[in-house]
Design a protein around this ligand. Sequence first.
Ligand SMILES: Nc1nc2c(ncn2[C@@H]2O[C@H](COP(=O)(O)OP(=O)(O)OP(=O)(O)O)[C@@H](O)[C@H]2O)c(=O)[nH]1
Ligand SMILES: [Mg+2]
Length: 324
Amino acid sequence: MGAMSVRPNPEAAARQAENPAPHRAGFACFVGRPNAGKSTLTNALVGRKVAITSNRPQTTRHTVRGIVHRPDAQLILVDTPGLHKPRTLLGERLNDVVRTTWAEVDVIGFCLPADQKLGPGDKYIVKELAGIKKTPKIAIITKTDLVESKQLAEQLLAVSRLGEELGFEWAEIIPVSAVKDQQVDLLSDLIAPLLPEGPPLYPEGDLTDEPEMVMVAELIREAALEGVRDELPHSIAVVVEEMLPREDRPADKPLLDIHANVYIERPSQKGIIIGPKGKRLKDVGTKSRKHIEALLGTPVFLDLHVKVAKDWQRDPKQLRKLGF
Ligand SMILES: Nc1nc2c(ncn2[C@@H]2O[C@H](COP(=O)(O)OP(=O)(O)OP(=O)(O)O)[C@@H](O)[C@H]2O)c(=O)[nH]1
Ligand SMILES: [Mg+2]
């Protein structure tokens, strides 16, 4: 853990001023169990919401790239779906996405929540990571605001031991709280020097490479996830069919028409999503529209429809249609 060893050194500072350190740019991915806080941490580092989050496991369903611009480096953070024991074809696809990603990045950040015992799911992930020898691995203890320092110390020890057990050493072990913005900048300081030298890979100001239509669909799904229970969160998928500027609008009063479908798996789920007298669906629309307008910077008319895509999580054809 080299984080604390940075002491002022006037000679080095002078040397650096003459001959600044080379710029670095590269990819770091966050992996961990569902609900570990990967997407919340990605957003905190980027400083804007690029990935949706929720208290339901398996919120993230594709890799989302968030870009951090620093004077000395550009960090491209790849937020991945939580790795879990798959029960559906969708689950298997999500796990494949994670494995492909961690084989391609320059740094891997393993996320472990401070408030949960290091379990078999974590061990399984770290064991696989141990096999990727060439890539530096950082252990990130997330959600530190939820525990006392004693519990945090135990978690730090547990993750360090797990590395030893599996025959490798973490490049760093760092506790963070994304919600309280504690140690988030330090994490970025620790990742930067592990990236390869090179010019920025994305233009200044780009915070993600997610297409707008995908981000809009995700914001709708985030709103739809709120308050639904049991298996329903897994059953929801959202596809934006169309985004078109309304014709005949004065230039100073534009309006963007967005048509989106909210898919569920069974007709019996329709009522839950729509709610009594359509109230739930209306709330989902109102809530997500605010986020969408903030994202796109224009007033929006949002038209939501609920459709059944029978058992889409298990059906290869449906999965393809929904973009998996
Ligand atoms: N108290 C606290 N809660 C957090 C923190 N980070 C994340 N959470 C909460 O933990 C839950 C899960 O967060 P996500 O960021 O969606 O987790 P994830 O690892 O991306 O989950 P998947 O996408 O399902 O794999 C949400 O309810 C977050 O608000 C934190 O630093 N402190
Ligand atoms: Mg996530």
